[in-house]
Design a protein around this ligand. Structure first.
Ligand code: SAM
Length: 397
């Protein structure tokens, strides 16, 4: 992470332009941490300044990173020169960057919210690992669009590379938590969802991919006669799946033991060599689900005055059924403006962001908080808490 250390910083008046960067404002916390908002190359992000002893450490702030590290290095160099810093250590000079290969099939969640057309039937594989099953299916069914979801980066890169080498053009790969991804898809659009050898998580069942919520979302996105297929070597996971599946109406189940498929995955080979039993639970959907609106970004439709928030600020953690909100810190920009640093969402995926209170509006920064169910619940927790704080002030007066 690019950074430099300095004994001296001569802060300018904000906003100011220097070099390629515009420094918009500075926000400070009670913990001797400063955030400087930078605008550069059409992107906005923070530089962070922290004082340790008599030395300042200046670096990029983690939540609001720019898309390219060279933008951050440039902003740090501009800030260094603008503030006449006496540098003790630095790693912010431009270097010849190794060109990291971008794979055609690797997509991010923004692609699925903005560009993905969903005009062909989709099949999904959750936790594809070595990708043997996913690629086999994609080659067998060229008219189907495949989405492979994985959280293990080396597997994503490995399978992306294979797709490039073998010119497979009906696969998208996504680094995302599969427990949330289905929320981004249209209702009744998916033919099959494969979950092969999911991690059983016997000690932390809340981390399992299969849950009441996941089955319910699967039913929503599956076409009539669409199938959710679980394959596992774990007796306990098999029994758990059965218990969860039978709770749903308008579906039917088929169960198989030690059934051979056309292709055997890496894990399957391992369990077979240990002579373990392998179970399939296949749920077929018979329900047509209501259409769902596309997931948008969350924004504030209520205005709060920052001075009310600042006067009554405490660090809090709020929890509802399966979402949480943690307000970590407060930063002041000026008398009327400032920000809260928060983390929120669900245990499956938590977000970190700033809530920025400006004179004319309140917004999230970075402005990329998607309206998933967990985020909406956390956003409501935040609004309730901000409302309480604003009323406390009114009651005092
Ligand atoms: C036991 S491996 C099985 C891999 C592959 N299906 C096979 O049969 O060889 C489970 C895979 O699921 C992935 N995984 C676990 N939790 C996940 C989640 N919430 N979302 C997406 N992938 C997940 C893991 O990274 C791992 O690659």
């Amino acid at each position: 992470m690019p950074n430099f250390k300095t004994k001296k910083i001569t802060m300018p008046n904000f906003p100011t332009k220097f070099g390629d960067s515009e420094f918009l404002y500075i926000a400070s916390s009670d913990k001797s941490e400063y955030l400087i908002k930078v605008s550069q190359n059409g992107e906005e992000f923070f530089l962070q300044v922290r004082k340790k002893g008599d030395v300042f450490l200046v670096k990029g702030e983690k939540i609001s990173r720019p898309s390219q590290v060279v933008f951050l290095q440039q902003a740090l160099r501009d800030f260094r020169d603008l503030c006449k810093c006496e540098v003790l250590f630095s790693n912010i000079e431009p270097q010849k960057m190794k060109n990291k290969k971008r794979y055609r099939v690797l997509k991010d969640i923004d692609f699925f919210t903005r560009e993905f057309k969903q005009d062909r039937e989709i099949w999904i594989e959750v936790g594809f690992g070595s990708g043997r099953h996913l690629l086999h299916q994609a080659k067998q069914h060229p008219d189907i669009e495949f989405i492979g979801i994985e959280i293990h980066k080396p597997s994503l890169e490995q399978v992306a590379k294979l797709c490039d080498i073998e010119s497979i053009d009906n696969v998208y790969l996504l680094d995302f938590d599969a427990r949330i991804f289905l929320e981004f898809l249209k209702s009744n659009s998916v033919g099959k969802i494969f979950v092969h050898f999911p991690v059983p998580w016997d000690k932390k069942p809340q981390r399992r991919v299969i849950s009441h919520e996941f089955i319910s979302e699967s039913i929503r996105v599956l076409k009539i006669e669409g199938k959710l297929e679980i394959r596992t070597d774990s007796d306990r996971y098999f029994e758990y799946c059965l218990e969860e599946f039978v709770k749903f109406k308008k579906t039917d189940l088929s169960i198989h033991k030690n059934q051979d498929l056309d292709i055997s995955s890496k894990y399957e080979d391992r369990w077979k060599s240990q002579e373990k039993d392998i179970y399939d639970v296949i749920m077929t959907n018979h329900e047509e689900s209501n259409a769902k609106h596309k997931i948008k970004k969350i924004s504030f439709d209520v205005f709060y005055h920052f001075n009310m928030i600042r006067d009554n600020f405490i660090n809090i953690t709020k929890q509802d059924r399966d979402s949480f909100l943690h307000v970590e810190d407060i930063f002041t920009i000026n008398e009327d403006e400032g920000m809260l640093k928060i983390s929120f969402g669900a245990s499956a995926k938590n977000e970190r962001a700033y809530v920025v209170f400006l004179r004319e509006r309140v917004r999230y920064f970075p402005d990329n908080i998607l309206e998933t169910k967990a985020n909406k619940r956390a956003h409501n927790l935040l609004n309730d808490w901000l409302g309480e704080i604003a009323n406390q002030r009114t009651a005092h007066e």
